[in-house]
Design a protein around this ligand. Structure first.
Ligand code: MG
Length: 255
């Protein structure tokens, strides 16, 4: 008998149209607010998303966060002026900035130069892969060279073991970075805002610890994408559904 396939999570309902009055939104970026792009630098923040985030920040001041694997610097560049009105958790929680505040982060890993050089050398040797240097680590994207998946993950494991870093597996990406978690960033930013009910929306396995943190703090995780095993208690289909849900939330608040 073959092993049974892992079972997807039971059907999850959509999140309630209006979360708690003291809700604090935590929004993953890639795959949640914008569709995943072929290359990480291929993502654009369209006017619709910019206006939506600005409206949310105005309607829920200090209670809208973007939690991403991207660095705070990358998020600033992508989001533009609205970024300063949002809480930002970058580099998978290794750095964060409360709305209107300054970036708080551990120092970048001492081994960053060696890690960056190894990632760049790997990408040069494996066509279809791409090295992305980040504030707190480096990522190898293999969406255009999926045959290099095993080698990319092996490199990440080796760099992590050699340099006291952690491996982050994501969608078509192997990443090595400074320790930190989206769940910890969620808890810290929520505490800075004086508490509240966290609602965490995310699509990737890297969002699971934030789903768990949200549930532990009396809130809810919302999986974006097809059903799978998850700590989320609600689900939306895709970034378009996320934006529609957020617009509904604004409408209910009269914004
Ligand atoms: Mg994502």
């Amino acid at each position: 008998m073959p092993e049974p396939a892992p079972q997807p999570s039971p059907h999850l309902p959509p999140p309630p149209p209006v979360p708690a009055a003291d809700a604090h939104l935590f929004l993953d970026f890639d795959g949640t607010l914008v569709p995943i792009a072929e290359r990480p630098d291929g993502v654009v923040v369209d006017d619709d998303l910019h206006d939506l985030l600005a409206s949310l920040a105005a309607a829920m001041p200090g209670r809208v966060a973007v939690l991403s694997g991207r660095s705070v610097q990358q998020l600033d560049a992508l989001l533009g002026p609205v970024a300063s009105a949002l809480d930002l958790g970058g580099s998978h929680g290794a750095e964060f900035r409360a709305a209107g505040g300054a970036v708080e982060a551990a120092a970048p890993p001492a081994a960053m130069a060696a890690v960056a050089a190894a990632a760049a050398a790997f990408a040069a040797r494996h066509p279809g892969t791409m090295a992305e240097l980040k504030t707190m680590g480096a990522a190898i994207h293999y969406r255009a060279g999926p045959e290099h998946e095993a080698a990319a993950h092996a490199l990440a494991e080796r760099l992590a073991a050699d340099n006291g870093l952690v491996v982050q597996h994501g969608k078509m990406v192997a990443e090595v970075r400074a320790p930190g978690s989206k769940g910890a960033a969620l808890a810290t930013l929520l505490a800075r805002a004086g508490g509240g009910t966290p609602v965490m929306l995310g699509d990737d396995v890297t969002d699971e610890d934030a789903f768990q943190a949200a549930a532990a703090l009396g809130g809810v995780g919302v999986l974006v994408g097809p059903p799978r095993a998850t700590a989320a208690a609600a689900r939306l289909d895709d970034p378009a559904a996320v934006r529609a849900w957020l617009r509904g939330l604004l409408a209910e608040r009269g914004a």
